[in-house]
Design a binder for this molecule. Structure first.
Ligand code: ADP
Length: 645
């Protein structure tokens, strides 16, 4: 260490380490002058070599100014000067006493030089140690028993913002306003008792900012064991504490989500399974799903290696366990055989490095109840082996879906009946027409027979018409009955035109009532289709009724309805289109029209189109709606053409 660095420090505890340099070096010229004065006095005054003892002053001053070599040179110079004074005052053949005094003086100067050198070395070491403290980032300071700061390192300056000059001589209380839960009484007591203390303290910086420090206190005692000072070493852990607090908060948040989630969460450890998967990869297995299907033993072995680390409350309830401990530990005892397929999928996804997987399966609870579950698995990032499995109980949902399906079927039936209600007038019209014709033809036949010369030919024709009309009436009735009965779906080979005609027949009255013109535009060469004729007629009737209702809601405008049918998709299917110029529907509803219960009508049930869709789809076709640019609605559906006919 060079002199200039050493000047910045002063030494041991209890004295400031940092002070301004420049006033500690005694001027070299001063040292020379003092030496000269002592030399003059030693030479001139009749005191023998007694004055030479004052050279000790020169050596002490030199120790503060020069390095080791300078002190040695100064010591030698002092011995030289003593010798010159002695020779000058005694001549070259001295009497015995003054010589002895000279010899003792020289020895004394030599001893003082040595002591000075040792002291200088010790001071140097202390300075170096003190300077080392300055190099640490910790904020270190010393305070005396009155709480007054006596030393203040650079680390303390940096952390608290007070310079050494400002801090020295002031109480720690006013500088740092220290706080800790429980106060400092017990801390002081422990330091006095055990000599040290360690803990967390809140300090304030010069600007009032709070800093949390990890503080270590060490007691310094005086020569008689009385406490003299306390060395405080403080490490700023504010950020660390904030990070720890944030971590705790996040951990608490995670725990609360984990515990209170409405889904069952299983935290599982796959660390023993992963090496097995790695082995498979190394053996060149790429299609893991196939491998697991062909090697069920591997899957069984993997199950034995998975450990359940934690489960949440929902899992305990869902699986009807007594407590969570019943589900923790190896997965095997809680593993449900019904899930091995899902487990194999999970393993395959894990082996293929996917981020997660989902599957649906049926499992039994600990008490043997069957549960339909949706399992969603999140795999850990590479290098970790904890897998989170969330399980949602969808038993109720499945049941509701099943119920809904049944309700839909019932509703479809109800809709048919409801449609029938609307059609009553048409039916009455349809049936009354043939009956009126029968009556008229019967009367005509009678007239021809009662003539004087009965005209058997005319009478026969009239009777034939009667029979035809009677059959027609019977057909209408049979059709209506079939329409409302829940008959088993049939597959008839029918001509599209017949379907359309029969459906239209049912609606004649509706068209008349609303003054609607129906245009039927059908390709005459359409192939036959294989269908349940009543169901398809029902679809056509539904679409036409919707068209009628839409047109009926219009104040004015074209009251026409068009029904087209043509071949499409290279003759594979027949495309039916029902087009009206009615009120139309909103763009956003295009897809929803076919949803069950979707209706915009005050008395609508919203089942018509839903039933149409299931009917068409059950026949291998498709149905959709669109909004023509000029307004109204266009509903289209396809049915596969029957190839063999
Ligand atoms: P509902 O007739 O009982 O309302 P549907 O399933 O037959 O049930 O129709 C559902 C909805 O689709 C109707 O409420 C109506 O908003 C709309 N819709 C169906 N057909 C048409 C059409 N031709 N023009 C305008 N909107 C229609």
């Amino acid at each position: 260490m060079n002199a200039s660095v050493a000047q910045g420090t002063e030494g041991a505890f209890g004295r400031p380490w940092r002070r301004h340099s420049g006033n500690k070096q005694f001027p070299r010229i001063g040292i020379v002058l003092i030496a000269a004065l002592i030399f003059a006095a030693d030479t001139e005054l009749p005191l023998g070599s007694a004055v030479a003892g004052l050279y000790a002053i020169v050596l002490i001053l030199a120790a503060g100014t020069y390095l080791r070599r300078g002190v040695i040179v100064t010591g030698l110079c002092c011995i030289g000067l003593t010798t010159v004074s002695y020779l000058a005052s005694q001549g070259l053949s001295p009497p015995r006493d003054p010589f002895l005094r000279w010899a003792v003086s020289c020895a004394a100067i030599g001893v003082i030089t040595l002591l000075t050198l040792r002291n200088q070395a010790a001071t140097q070491t202390q300075r170096e140690q003190a300077e080392l403290l300055n190099l640490t980032h910790d904020a270190i300071f010393v305070r005396d028993t009155q709480d007054i700061v006596t030393s203040w390192t650079r680390g303390a300056e940096a952390l608290y913002g007070w310079s050494a000059e400002e801090a020295l001589g002031r109480p720690v209380q006013t500088l740092l306003a220290p706080e800790r839960p429980g106060g400092f009484q017990p801390v002081q007591a422990q330091v006095l008792r055990e000599g040290h203390w360690e803990g967390e303290v809140l300090h304030r910086t010069r600007g009032g900012q709070p800093v949390i420090v990890s503080s270590r206190w060490a007691l310094q005692t005086g020569p008689h064991g009385a406490p003299s000072a306390i060395l405080e070493t403080n490490t700023d852990i504010t950020l660390q504490q904030q990070a720890v607090a944030e971590l705790r908060r996040s951990e608490a948040r995670y725990r609360s989500i984990f515990q209170s989630a409405g889904v069952a969460i299983w935290d599982e450890d796959y660390s023993d399974v992963q090496p097995l998967l790695e082995e498979l990869r190394q053996q060149g297995v790429t299609d893991f799903n196939r491998y697991f299907a062909e090697n069920p033993d591997f899957v069984r072995q993997a199950v034995t290696l998975v450990r359940v680390l934690d489960v949440n409350e929902t899992a305990v309830q869902m699986f009807q366990a007594e407590s969570k401990h019943e589900l923790l530990g190896p997965l095997e005892p809680v593993f449900l055989p019904g899930t091995s397929g899902s487990f194999a999928n999970l393993l395959a996804a894990l082996a293929e490095g996917k981020p997660g997987c989902k599957s649906e399966t049926v499992v039994s609870t600990r008490r043997g109840e069957k549960l339909s579950i949706l399992m969603s698995v999140t795999f850990p990032p590479a290098g970790e082996s904890r897998v989170l499995v969330t399980i949602m109980d969808i038993t109720e949902r499945r049941r509701a879906e099943h119920d809904l399906q049944r309700t839909r079927e019932n509703l479809a039936h109800a809709t048919r009946v409801a449609t029938l209600g609307e059609l009553t007038a048409s039916i009455a019209h349809e049936v009354s027409q043939p009956i009126a014709a029968i009556v008229a033809n019967g009367a005509a036949a009678l007239r021809w027979l009662r003539r004087e010369a009965p005209d058997l030919g005319e009478a026969t024709q009239a009777m034939e018409r009667t029979i035809r009309d009677g059959k027609r009436a019977g057909d209408v009735v049979a059709r209506i009955r079939a329409f409302v009965s829940k008959s088993v779906p049939r597959r008839d080979i029918v001509a599209p035109r017949d379907l359309v005609d029969e459906a239209v027949l049912l609606l004649q009255r509706e068209f008349q009532n609303h003054d609607i013109t129906l245009t039927i535009d059908m390709n005459p060469d359409l192939p036959l289709i294989e269908a349940d004729r009543l169901q398809i007629e029902h679809v056509i009737v539904n679409l036409l009724i919707n068209g009628v209702q839409s047109l009926a809601d219009m104040e004015s405008g074209r009251r026409d309805l068009t029904l087209k049918a043509d071949l499409a998709e290279s003759g594979e299917v027949i495309l039916f289109s029902v087009r009206d110029h009615g009120i139309g529907f909103a763009e956003k509803d295009t897809k929803r029209l076919f949803d069950a219960f979707f209706t915009t009508k005050a008395n609508g049930m919203g089942m018509g189109l839903a039933v149409c869709r299931s009917t068409v789809e059950a026949h291998g076709g498709r149905i959709w709606a669109s909004r023509p640019a000029v307004g109204g609605a266009l509903i289209q559906f396809t049915l596969p053409a029957c190839k063999s006919h």
